[in-house]
Design a protein around this ligand. Structure first.
Ligand SMILES: Cc1cc2nc3c(=O)[nH]c(=O)nc-3n(C[C@H](O)[C@H](O)[C@H](O)COP(=O)(O)OP(=O)(O)OC[C@H]3O[C@@H](n4cnc5c(N)ncnc54)[C@H](O)[C@@H]3O)c2cc1C
Length: 419
């Protein structure tokens, strides 16, 4: 398709990745961000092989891997030591791995790429809505100033997108009762060789975990994200009870976490994040398309949100390349992303109560059934595929290699890094 004038609203993972892909395709892209200085929000996250394949298309994968930490799988146990999960990407294929990465590092890689591509960034510009015109669309900011017209508006404004109103129907918008506290700490020497996301559970009401995330934006020492599941309504009580009380609870559940917990010296080091389940009827309207959390929000239980944001951006660019008109490309994008998005919406909705709820029954079922299911080779493979972001339905899946074959030639070394 001939180069288009494209506005991208929001400089998060989805917006930055979309801007990078579309500018590389030769489109005239402008980025709008409400913050005066675009910045990452949150601690660390886990990228899946599918998301890494998208970074590879932008030639950012090597730098991400160099700064992040290879994650070979998940180890989940109860406080009594019973193993619930032991999932390894390597069970699926030797070249697959996840990547723990500091949010600031992922943001920096995408932001630098957008600047390298000379995409103009209108910072301190809060978009309030967009308006269709014959053959175009304008963005309107909170000061009522119009920007455009553009041939296409890409919405990357995240979970609370203001651009959905009046354009698409929100089918589900349900907050989860549980959220999580997240903090970044130094990776203790005694844990230096860990390559798994480690989680400890007590019933479904208690979950504490550690994700290695590699080095931070300052490029110094290896870091880890420490997280603690918490009911949204208990957040205030947690703050009032103070650190000593919380630390005692963490250590009672998981004494081995002491080297992480000791580094938390004030409550502000642990940021609270709540989440929601949001599903749109359609992820596009006339010359308007939703990428990342603006188009669907899942609980972070399966670690897929940023990953799906990267896939959305890559897919949008591919659809625009092949289509005869903007709206035909958007319909194609929505169709090609439908099965994958639906699977992860359903899977995270279904799985979340087993890890973050007050249900005793869910805890009993999880503790009895998950370890048995994990010993069935077929189920084990499907669990890894689900984690890897590869599932598109109960009996179907995509292969990250369809985007890039780079890792197929690079099995993990014994130490866990790509050889
Ligand atoms: C606790 C937690 C843990 C998670 N862990 C993982 C994980 O391990 N792996 C994973 O893949 N995902 C994870 N996720 C999900 C992931 O963080 C999100 O899915 C992802 O960040 C969504 O990116 P986004 O760009 O769509 O939205 P956002 O990151 O929210 O970015 C939106 C951007 O738009 C800007 N913006 C908002 N409104 C406006 C406006 N009106 N005008 C202009 N700009 C605006 C914002 O300032 C921001 O820069 C986790 C989420 C949470 C809460």
């Amino acid at each position: 398709m001939a180069p288009l004038r494209i506005a991208v609203a929001g400089a998060g993972t989805a917006g930055l990745a979309a801007a990078a892909f579309l500018a590389r395709d030769g489109h005239d892209v402008r980025l709008f961000e409400r913050f005066a200085e675009p910045r990452p929000i949150g601690a660390g996250l886990m990228l899946q092989p599918t998301g890494l394949a998208c970074l590879a298309l932008l030639d950012l994968d090597e730098r991400a891997i160099e700064r992040g930490c290879i994650v070979s799988g998940i180890d989940g146990r109860t406080v009594r030591g019973a193993r619930i999960f032991d999932v390894s990407y390597g069970d699926l294929a030797p070249h697959l791995f996840g990547l723990g990465i500091h949010r600031g590092v992922l943001f920096g890689l995408l932001y630098d790429e957008v600047r390298r591509l000379s995409v103009p960034i209108a910072a301190a510009t809060e978009i309030s809505h967009s308006r269709p015109l014959p053959g175009g669309r304008v963005l309107v900011d909170a000061a009522d100033k119009e920007h455009g017209p553009f041939d296409l508006v890409v919405d990357g404004t995240g979970q609370r997108s203001p651009l959905r109103a009046g354009e698409v129907r929100v089918r589900v918008d349900r907050p989860y009762p549980y959220g999580a506290l997240w903090g970044i700490v130094d990776m203790p020497d005694t844990w230096a060789h860990t390559q798994k996301l480690a989680q400890v559970y007590d019933g479904c009401h208690l979950m504490v975990g550690v994700l290695p995330v590699g080095r931070g934006p300052d490029n110094a020492r290896p870091l880890a994200a420490l997280f603690w599941s918490l009911r949204v309504r208990d957040h205030e009580a947690w703050q009032q009870a103070g650190l000593a009380d919380w630390k005692a609870r963490v250590l009672a559940a998981w004494p081995e976490a002491a080297a992480f917990v000791v580094q938390i010296r004030n409550l502000e080091q642990m940021t609270f994040a709540s989440y929601a389940d949001v599903v749109l009827q359609e992820r596009h309207a006339d010359r308007l398309v939703f990428v990342g959390d603006s188009g669907r929000v899942t609980s972070p239980q399966l670690g897929q949100g940023a990953n799906m944001a990267l896939i959305d951006a890559a897919m949008l660019s591919a659809c625009l390349r092949d289509a005869l008109s903007v709206n035909a490309a958007l319909a194609d994008y929505a169709e090609r992303r439908r099965a994958h998005t639906r699977f992860y919406s359903l899977a995270s909705r279904w799985l979340t109560p087993f890890f973050q709820s007050d249900s005793r029954l869910a805890a009993l079922v999880r503790d009895a059934a998950f370890p048995i299911a994990g010993r069935v080779p077929y189920v084990q493979r499907e669990m890894v595929r689900t984690l890897a972001g590869m599932k598109t339905g109960l009996f179907s899946h995509l292969d990250p290699g369809i985007w890039h074959a780079r890792y197929a030639l690079r099995p993990l070394s014994a130490a866990g890094g790509p050889t």
